[in-house]
Design a protein around this ligand. Structure first.
Ligand code: FAD
Length: 459
């Protein structure tokens, strides 16, 4: 491998002075959002065009240097930071957004455009973007494609894969693929956008995406329902999904998480009394959905209390109880974040049992549970465990697999869950993944230490 100064010189020949080598300036690129994953690098390179991205990839290939693509660095599985000394290729310099195509209901965004910017552009043109995440102000289009981001609207609009009509991307060879026409029907071979969604930077550097927009539904009502048990809350979410055609989101949180959110944010509790489980539901339509939401709520069993909001300010306050979980938990020190999906029939028992499973492995550990319950997706966050102590991760993920679940619902595998991929994927599937990886990235320079087990990738 080339020495540090040769790498920096070569990268400067591609992007000029947009190579960061100062340790202090590199710090925010080498540590992940949770603080659990900390790496080092010789350089952070910030290309401004797809041609420059291709130049950087070709340079790294010639030098035999691996690189990690990075967007907003909000990923939660350690997949976007240089844990093995990789060069960091940040897409933050590519932030162009095409005008919204109001006829097609589509927009083309460069990889570094934030989710909030896409949402804003869509709204200004009378459309909406179908994906929403609490990290919207920092998460980028490239990162969302690479992780196939989910979020709070999946039950209505699907995940990121369902929004991506085309991509522009640079393969590990430096070749540029561009298919951004946005045709809704286009059965002309392999669906590369779908392949790149969830590939976590291992197959290609995404430089732009053509995104489908959805009709704007400006009338919204949010309700938080309180329950005595998780079983009741899960049963209610099923009833809402079955009966409320305007349902936009169904989110679960529990009493300990709510207490933490209130103490960290200073928000008042939503109810006078403390209840074990809470379900947040949002309905959205062109006309006021409050009546339909109230009607279904009236038929839900076990509801102990309800808070309803129609105005934007109060709706945002109710959402904050759920969305602030991630940042509130981070104040307790680097968490272990295990986002998993369970078959809906096993979900309530899993949520009830998992704190005990965690405690049996680590007496000092504390478990925090919340998630996109409408999708069977629960975020198991564990604090009070050393960043490199993986016993808790193993115990939770084995329990998930035994219940027929997936070890990653939406955050991806990254570095954090790589050794457990075999719990969710067969040897044959992983072998096929490796074949695809070697075809698109023959020298294994694109994020070689995430997702695939060592023997399946090129390194
Ligand atoms: C408060 C909070 C809430 C969150 N809520 C959700 C949620 O509800 N649902 C959800 O799915 N996620 C959620 N996340 C996780 C995170 O925001 C998403 O994974 C997001 O898609 C990451 O985007 P990013 O631009 O920050 O990517 P990064 O963190 O920079 O990178 C993530 C991965 O994508 C790769 N990558 C980044 N850009 C590119 C590119 N241009 N080409 C190829 N590979 C690339 C990286 O190498 C890495 O493997 C949340 C995170 C936070 C902090």
């Amino acid at each position: 491998m080339a020495d540090t100064s040769a790498i920096i010189d070569r990268l400067r020949r591609v992007v000029g002075d947009r190579v960061i080598v100062d340790t202090d300036r590199m710090a925010s690129y080498t540590t992940d959002w949770t603080g659990r994953f900390r790496g080092t690098t010789v350089a952070v390179v910030r290309p401004g065009t797809t041609a420059e991205v291709a130049g950087v990839v070709r340079a790294c290939r010639e030098l035999g240097v691996a690189l990690v693509p990075q967007g907003g660095n909000t990923g939660l599985v350690g997949g976007g930071v240089p844990l093995h000394g990789e060069v960091v290729l940040t897409l933050q310099g590519m932030r162009s957004l095409s005008p919204v195509d109001g006829t097609a209901g589509q927009v083309t965004a460069e990889a570094g455009v934030t989710l909030a910017a896409v949402q804003q552009a869509a709204r200004s043109a009378g459309w909406e973007y179908g994906v929403d995440l609490a990290s919207r102000d920092s998460a980028t289009v490239g990162g969302m494609v690479a992780t196939n981001a989910g979020g709070t609207r999946v039950l209505r609009h699907g995940d990121t894969r369902a929004q991506v009509l085309g991509v522009e991307a640079v393969l590990g060879t430096g070749a540029v693929l561009s298919h951004l026409g946005g045709l809704i029907k286009d059965n002309t071979g392999y669906h590369l956008p779908g392949l790149f969604c969830g590939s976590e930077g291992t197959l290609a550097v995404v430089t732009a995406a053509r995104l489908r927009l959805v009709p704007a539904l400006p009338e919204r009502t949010v309700a938080v329902l309180a329950f005595a048990t998780v079983t009741d809350a899960v049963a209610a979410s099923v009833l809402f999904r079955r009966s409320l055609t305007t349902l936009d989101a169904a989110e679960l949180f529990l009493a300990p998480g709510l207490d933490l959110v209130c103490s960290v944010t200073g928000l008042p509790a939503p109810f006078d009394r403390r209840y074990p489980a809470y379900l947040l539901v949002e309905a959205a339509d062109r006309s006021d959905p409050t009546g339909a939401l109230a009607e279904v709520t009236g038929s839900v069993g076990g509801v102990l209390d309800v808070a309803v909001a129609t105005g934007a300010h109060r709706r945002a306050e109710l959402w904050r109880y759920r969305e602030a979980h991630t940042e509130a938990i981070n104040t307790l020190g680097p968490p272990h974040k295990l986002d998993v999906t369970l078959p809906l029939g096993s979900l309530a028992a899993f949520i009830d049992d998992i704190p005990g499973t965690v405690r049996s492995v680590s007496a000092s550990a504390r478990t925090w549970l919340f998630g996109h319950i409408g999708d069977g997706n629960v975020h198991v966050n564990v604090t009070g465990v050393a960043p490199d102590d993986e016993r808790v991760d193993g115990a939770v993920l084995h329990r998930v697999a035994a219940a027929g679940g997936s070890i990653s619902a939406e955050h991806g595998i990254g570095a954090a869950k790589r050794r457990w991929l075999t719990l969710s994927r067969s040897a044959e599937e992983i072998h096929a993944f490796g074949a695809v990886k070697r075809a698109l990235d023959p020298d294994g320079i694109l994020n070689p230490h995430v997702l695939l087990p060592e023997q399946a990738g090129a390194r």
